[in-house]
Each structure stands twice: as structure tokens, then as C-alpha cells.
Design a protein around this ligand. Structure first.
Ligand code: ST9
Ligand code: ZN
Length: 335
């Protein structure tokens, strides 16, 4: 199929040849010699505090929080998750679809609740992750082990190879968006309000929750939970699962991760075809809440130019580099 052909629904199909630079998977880079880890003690202490308070928050979630607080924490998990999946990941890092400004505004608000750094910085790291996957220029290089790819990479200074190679990254599309520039400029003001203050204040003033339940459950437990779910895509989904599309890479199809990560665990597909807005071969309603979210806004006309991959190209790739497990994953549905 020709690059950028589209079907009757306006969904774009792109061939390998049309892959933009930002989506080029697995360009090889020379591994630098092991370099000494420089621990960032501020992060180590803050993440220790976060996880201890989150454990307590998890206990309160099950025992003494009001049901409205638990529901609110769940809603925050889903919306902030969408700020990462539909926003930072599929829209801004991969440009796998386009969004009108009202949707971009919604997504940037959701994204700020998630506190995974500004969308521009998130997308910058993620473009490096795909372009230099599993090398020293990959921020959460999975060849350095489960712990490093999960959380360890946030506890040490980045590898010099990443900073060197990163200079060549084109981020002009991200800086061209005033909504993203605004978020980055005022991040240290907006993020604490969105991720910690709002989640604590709303339960207290709206349904009389205690300050302690609100803070530990809706802020800390919810935040730590979604962080760990996100990190599982880097750790577990780079370790366990089938590789129907490319058996030579670590990213794998992991259903458990997908369920919690709103459809982001079909990672072998995603690293093989990173420009597909579905981040999976499967069509709608297949453990992929984010795809349904984008489809909903496509119906409203706020999301458009949704990119995907033709069955023909997928099949060719499956035949060429898959591990033979594709029949378990296609489910005969391409929607
Ligand atoms: C968090 C992010 O948790 C999680 C992201 C996970 C990604 C997952 C992807 C999986 C697929 C998607 C699935 C989503 C599923 C979601 C499910 C939801 C239900 N390129 O960083 P600095 C240069 S955040 C180019 O300070 P250090 C640049 O010059 C958690 N250049 O490096 C930069 O200066 P500037 C909350 C780069 O000093 C300079 O280096 N946040 C790049 O080594 C210094 O950069 C935190 O905890 C690049 N990529 O420090 C903060 N990177 O920025 C954590 C750097 O001025 N981070 N440069 O341009 C930090 O504290 C620090 O970054 C550090 C490294 C200590 C880790
Ligand atoms: Zn990606």
C-alpha cells in the first residue's frame, strides 16, 4: 500500500517506508562501556516516601476511605492514564493521530494530573526509547534489567550516550504547540496543583472525606499506582510475552499489562509499528480503552488523521520476523 493511503473512515495507512524518523524502531547504536551510576538521592528519598505513603493509602482505600473517595481515585487513575496513553504517548511522542485544540487541552490537563514530567520531556525521552531501543541511549534500556527499566532509571543520572545522541532529536513539532509550551513553562506550579492538591481537596470539600484519607488514597496511592502501571510497560512488557511481529526485540505482547495500562501492553506490535494510533493490531473493544477514547473523539471530529497499518504489511512482517504466535493474537479482528 502506498504511504499515507486512507480508508473510507479517514484512517491513514502507512508503510514501513513512510515511517517518520521519530518512529524508527531499533536503530542500532554502539554500546558505551559500563559507566559508574550516579545516584540521585533526592529521587531515591522521594520515591521511597511515595511508595511508603502509597502502601498506607492502599490500606485506607480498602478499609476506611469513603466509597466516593475510592471511585474518585479510580477516575483519576483513568483520566491521568489517558493523559499519558492518548496524550503523551500516542499523540505527542508518536504523532499517530492529530487532535484539535480542545482535545489537546483536555489531554494536557489529564497529563498534568499524571505527573510524569511535562509532555514535551516525556515525548523527548520516549522518542529516544524507540529510536535507540535497548541501547545506552534508551532512557530505560531494558537490557540493564527489570529494576532499571522499571524505576531504577529515574534514580540515577542519564547515560552520556543518551545526552549525546539526544542532541539530534527534532522536537520542533512539540514546541510549536502553545498548549505544550504553556504546560512546560508552568509545570512546577500546575503539576502540584493537579496531581496532589486537587485530588486531596475535592474529597474533603465535596463529600466530607478526612484530609488524611483524601491525601493518602486519592493523591499518593493513586499516583504511585499509575506510575507503577506505566513502568510495567517498560519492565514487564519488555520481558514477558509473545513476539508475533518481531522475535528479535524484547518488547512483548502482555495482556495483564495492557489491562491496567489502558491498552498499552501490546508492546511487540507497538515497537514494530510505532506509528499505529491503536498501539496494537487488535481493533476496538479489545482491552484497549485508549483506542476507544480516541475513536470517540474521532467521531466528534476532534481527533483526525488516525494512522494505522494495513493487514497486508502486518502479515508480511509476521511472516518475516514473527515468533509464530501470531495466530494467538490476531483474533481475526482488525476493525
Ligand atoms: C515518570 C516517567 O515516571 C515515566 C515514563 C515511562 C515511559 C513509558 C513508556 C511506555 C509506553 C507507553 C505506555 C504508557 C502506559 C500508561 C499507562 C497508564 C494507565 N533527549 O533529565 P535530565 C539532556 S516521571 C535529549 O535532568 P539527568 C538535556 O540537555 C516521574 N536530551 O538528566 C537535558 O537538559 P534540559 C516523575 C536529553 O540530570 C539534560 O540532558 N518525575 C534527554 O541525568 C539533563 O536532563 C520524576 O521523578 C533526551 N531524552 O537526570 C523526575 N534527556 O532538560 C525524574 C536528557 O534542560 N527525572 N537530555 O533540556 C529526573 O529526576 C532526571 O531526569 C534524572 C536524570 C535524575 C532521571
Ligand atoms: Zn511508544
Amino acid at each position: 500500500m502506498a504511504p499515507n493511503a486512507s480508508d473510507a473512515n479517514g484512517v491513514l495507512f502507512e508503510s514501513d517506508a513512510a515511517t517518520p524518523d521519530l518512529a524508527l524502531p531499533h536503530a542500532p547504536v554502539q554500546r558505551a562501556d559500563a559507566y559508574p551510576r550516579q545516584y540521585v538521592w533526592r529521587n531515591i528519598l522521594l520515591f521511597a516516601y511515595l511508595h511508603l505513603t502509597a502502601l498506607y493509602g492502599g490500606f485506607l482505600f480498602l478499609t476506611s476511605a469513603k466509597w466516593q473517595t475510592d471511585v474518585f481515585a479510580y477516575i483519576l487513575y483513568v483520566v491521568s492514564g489517558l493523559g499519558i496513553t492518548a496524550g503523551a504517548h500516542r499523540l505527542w511522542a508518536h504523532k499517530s493521530y492529530k487532535a484539535k485544540w480542545p482535545l489537546r487541552l483536555i489531554l494536557v490537563i489529564f497529563n498534568t494530573i499524571a505527573f510524569q514530567d511535562s509532555a514535551i520531556d516525556w515525548a523527548r525521552d520516549h522518542r529516544m526509547h524507540h529510536k535507540y531501543s535497548e541501547t545506552d541511549a534508551d532512557p530505560h534500556n531494558a537490557t540493564r534489567g527489570f529494576f532499571f527499566s522499571h524505576i531504577g532509571w529515574l534514580l540515577v543520572r542519564k547515560h552520556p550516550e543518551l545526552k549525546n545522541k539526544g542532541k539530534g532529536l527534532d522536537l520542533s513539532d512539540l514546541y510549536a504547540d502553545p498548549i505544550l509550551r504553556f504546560q512546560k513553562k508552568y509545570y512546577l506550579l500546575l503539576m502540584p496543583l493537579a496531581c496532589f492538591v486537587m485530588p486531596t481537596v475535592v474529597p474533603v470539600y465535596c463529600w466530607g472525606e478526612s484530609w488524611s484519607n483524601a491525601y493518602f488514597v486519592a493523591a499518593m496511592f493513586r499516583y504511585a499506582f499509575i506510575l507503577n502501571v506505566t513502568w510495567l510497560v517498560n519492565s514487564a512488557a519488555h520481558k514477558w510475552g509473545d513476539k508475533p511481529y518481531d522475535k528479535a526485540i524484547k518488547p512483548s505482547e502482555n495482556i495483564s499489562v495492557s489491562i491496567f495500562a489502558l491498552g498499552e501492553g501490546f508492546h511487540n506490535y507497538h515497537h514494530t509499528f510505532p506509528w499505529d494510533y491503536k498501539t496494537a493490531e487488535l481493533g476496538n473493544n479489545r482491552l484497549n480503552f485508549t483506542t476507544n477514547f480516541i475513536n470517540f473523539f474521532a467521531k466528534l471530529g476532534w481527533a483526525y488523521d488516525l494512522k494505522t497499518v494495513s493487514e497486508e504489511i502486518i502479515q508480511q512482517r509476521v511472516n518475516r520476523t514473527g515468533d509464530g504466535s501470531h495466530h494467538l493474537w490476531g483474533w481475526g479482528d482488525t476493525d
